[in-house]
Write a protein that binds this ligand. Structure first.
Ligand code: TXA
Ligand code: MG
Length: 343
């Protein structure tokens, strides 16, 4: 027998992740699980790779993408962290938080991924598969939610296939996303900390760390109108939303949504919460309770899958029970309002 050699024991998952990393490094598109929703990833440093994301999603080009990195050190090579950005990153990373900070002089995230802005959106995801992939690729990975633009975000690999089969080189299946709503996006651009999008880290957890937040949304033009330097010293072009992804109708099922419903119309599909029994339920179409026990954590995790499933029933309208606005309820209500907008 030959002299014994070092036999590597390699988990099957590792092979899949190594394979996905090679695909990304070659400029391909890989959909992968994060703790919030599945992302459609590409090498953020290469404009051609990033262009593939916009193409696969049919996404308007003015929408900047979040650059995902393995850890805070990697993030600090891409962006400039002031004291509050640093505290937030140290407290909530890895986790469902995105920080929009001024791009650093060494920022490698392509202009296309940043939509030409002087800032960069950075996130260190907490999913073990995402973390392993990012460590392996060792460069920022641009990843919007892995759905076609304007559709409901995917919380299962099967959802990704519905929208992106034939459009992404690979989909890494990591089971259901634990959090279920996208990351909270905070802007730390030197004039206070602003919420650009409510999400997986509730407001009260953030305020417990750094004190009261200022809230500015796309609809709230105050900051923009103030002409203050928002993005690395450059005011945004007039009319450009602060977080451009926050267009009013963003998370849209095909069916019309009716919110805070106390009386269900005959045949409507119904999205319930906490065992709520609106009047008319006996004549309704299919119904789902996001959390019979009234847990907002459970409701966030099941929200997008429930919307997809009720939408697939073919009902013209989905009636939605009132959902509390505390904790993760802010992000849940935000997504429902967007899904209901303009329909
Ligand atoms: O949980 C999440 O955040 C998921 C997972 C995959 O990480 N990603 C996600 O990405 O939701 P996306 O592309 O669907 O939403 C990114 C949001 C958009 O609203 C975009 O406008 C905003 O981030 N954004 C990114 N960079 C920005 C920047 N430099 N300035 C302002 N907004 C930015
Ligand atoms: Mg999205």
């Amino acid at each position: 027998m030959n002299a014994p050699i070092d036999t590597r024991f390699v988990a099957a998952e590792f092979v899949a992740i190594a394979d996905a990393a090679v695909c990304l490094a070659n400029g391909g598109l890989v959909a992968f699980p994060t703790e919030t929703v599945y992302g459609l990833g590409a090498d953020a440093t290469r404009a051609e790779a990033v262009a593939g994301i916009y193409g696969a999603k049919d996404r308007p080009k003015f929408n900047p993408l979040i650059a995902h990195v393995a850890n805070l050190d990697a993030a600090r090579r891409e962006g400039v962290f002031d004291a509050s950005a640093l505290r937030l990153a140290e407290a909530f990373w890895p986790g469902p938080l995105t920080l929009v900070v001024p791009a650093s002089a060494t920022c490698s995230v392509s202009d296309l991924a940043r939509a030409g802005l002087g800032s960069v959106g950075l996130r260190v995801p907490a999913h073990p598969i995402a973390a392993a992939l990012l460590r392996r690729v060792a460069r920022p990975v641009a990843a919007p939610s892995a759905n076609r633009s304007g559709r409901v975000s995917p919380t299962l690999a099967a959802h990704v296939l519905v929208d992106l089969d034939g459009r992404s080189d690979a989909v890494v299946d990591g089971g259901p996303a634990r959090v279920g709503v996208e990351s909270t996006i905070l802007a730390c651009l030197g004039n206070g900390v602003h919420v650009l999008r409510p999400g997986g880290i509730p407001r009260d957890a953030i305020e417990a760390l750094i004190g009261p937040l200022a809230t500015e949304t796309a609809e709230d033009g105050k900051l923009l109108a103030s002409g203050q330097p928002l993005i690395s010293g450059q005011p945004l072009p007039p009319g450009q939303p602060l977080a451009p992804g926050m267009l009013a109708s963003h998370y849209a099922p095909r069916a019309r949504l009716r919110l805070n419903v106390e009386v269900v119309e005959p045949g409507e599909a119904v999205l319930l919460f906490g065992g709520h029994r609106p009047a008319g339920l006996e004549r309704s179409g299919p119904r789902l309770d996001l959390s019979p026990d009234g847990s907002l954590v459970e409701a966030a995790a099941s929200l997008f899958a429930a919307l997809r499933s009720l939408d697939a029933s073919g009902a013209a309208t989905i009636a939605v029970s009132p959902i509390p606005t505390s904790g993760l309820g802010e992000a849940i209500n935000d997504r429902l309002e967007r899904a209901a907008a303009g329909r």
